[in-house]
Design a protein around this ligand. Structure first.
Ligand SMILES: [Zn+2]
Ligand SMILES: [Zn+2]
Length: 144
């Protein structure tokens, strides 16, 4: 994790910001799992580990990291954001409308098609948000 630490220090320095133990802990917390969590979940997980940080600081730090491309922010139409690590490879999401289960997928045909669509419309694609919503087939899903 030391390369991660140096990386964060470097990235923050460019913006004139210091790396602090809290900032490092929040980034490590995000990179620890592949979960898609909201501020509350991240805050409570840090709290459980004995890391002293306020909700507001967690929120501000997450937004700072989003702006510096250290983590990804997802808007799944829930009226709140979810955050995930950027350490995993690029992927898109399918969300269950009943149990909020989030499944990650990566489809080369979709990726290529998006490039084609951008080109055809006179754009050079920088990023995209591709989200699918539906009813999952899990036995445990409340809508079964
Ligand atoms: Zn479901
Ligand atoms: Zn994801």
């Amino acid at each position: 994790m030391s390369s991660n630490k140096n990386n964060l220090t470097k990235i923050l320095k460019i913006s004139g910001l210091r790396n602090t133990p809290q900032r490092q802990a929040i980034l490590d917390e995000l990179n620890r799992t592949r979960d898609h969590r909201d501020v509350e979940e991240i805050y409570f997980s840090l709290k459980k580990k004995g890391i002293k940080v306020s909700r507001a600081t967690v929120y501000r730090t997450l937004e700072l990291f989003v702006n510096h491309y250290l983590i990804r922010r997802l808007d799944l139409g829930e009226g709140k954001y979810r955050y995930e690590s950027r350490e995993s490879d690029h992927h898109d999401h399918i969300v269950c409308l009943d149990c909020n289960k989030i499944t990650e997928f990566m489809n080369n045909r979709i990726e290529e098609l998006q490039e084609e669509v951008a080109q055809e419309n006179g754009f050079f694609l920088k990023r995209h948000v591709h989200q699918l919503f539906g009813h999952c087939l899990n036995e445990t899903c409340p809508n079964k």
